[in-house]
Design a protein around this ligand. Structure first.
Ligand code: ATP
Ligand code: MG
Length: 144
């Protein structure tokens, strides 16, 4: 089973990419695809479309376009639920000890990592960043 994660611009810019990737691999995830990229305004707006009416939306889009980020497809059993547990609560002050956000996030907005919150959203978010043909080229026909 797959899920989508994004190492966010605060963590990439802060030199935490390697530590976070190691954390995810140690938690049993296999990295099936990853792409260092700078989101355009339109991409960030579309990705966080569900939050359009929220007060933090403009600021979130500005943050997500402020520097490179690293979207990736992660595979593991129960990937969606397990990754949400491994990253911790949205606000690092509320995140459990030892979670990615507790260890690496700055604050509730600049919180180091995104993870899909349901299998349906994981499917949509994987497709948002990674065309099926790209993943097939990496691993052969067996993945996705
Ligand atoms: P993500 O979707 O990035 O994995 P999440 O599911 O824990 O995070 P959401 O409620 O989906 O949290 O919010 C999306 C993102 O918007 C958060 O990760 C954070 O970067 C930002 N955000 C959420 N709530 C706030 C807030 N109250 N103030 C500032 N930024 C916020
Ligand atoms: Mg979310």
């Amino acid at each position: 089973m797959h899920t989508l994660a994004i190492i966010k611009p605060d963590a990439v810019g802060g030199g935490k990419t390697g530590k976070i990737l190691a954390h995810l691999e140690e938690a049993g995830f296999v990295i099936r695809a990853a792409k260092l990229m700078r989101l355009s305004q339109a991409e960030a707006e579309a990705f966080y479309e569900v939050h359009r009416e929220r007060p933090f939306y403009r600021s979130l889009v500005a943050f997500m376009t402020s520097g490179p980020c690293l979207p990736m497809i992660l595979e593991r059993d129960d990937a969606v639920n397990h990754l949400r547990t491994v990253i911790g609560a949205t606000d690092p002050a509320e995140a459990a000890e030892g979670t990615v956000r507790r260890l690496h996030a700055e604050n509730k907005e600049r919180n180091a990592i995104h993870a899909s919150d349901s299998p349906e959203n994981a499917q949509r978010e994987v497709a948002f960043f990674f065309p099926e043909s790209d993943v097939r080229r990496l691993w052969g026909a067996t993945v996705r």
